[in-house]
Design a protein around this ligand. Structure first.
Ligand SMILES: [Zn+2]
Ligand SMILES: [Zn+2]
Length: 58
């Protein structure tokens, strides 16, 4: 059998570059399509660093 990926990478944290996978908790800005990991959200505090709107917990 060919290799089957168990995890789907959604993208990288805009701030630290950490990979974010499907099933992970992360913050998402619907305006910018920006991804922030949980660690970076401790500083961002749920606010998008680009457009200042509220991030959505995914
Ligand atoms: Zn991060
Ligand atoms: Zn934004």
């Amino acid at each position: 059998m060919a290799y089957v990926a168990k995890t789907l990478m959604i993208g990288r944290c805009r701030r630290c570059g950490k990979k974010v996978y499907k099933g992970d908790d992360y913050l998402f800005c619907e305006n910018c399509k920006l991804i922030l990991c949980i660690e970076c959200n401790k500083e961002a505090r749920g606010v998008c660093p680009a457009c200042q709107s509220a991030l959505k917990l995914m």
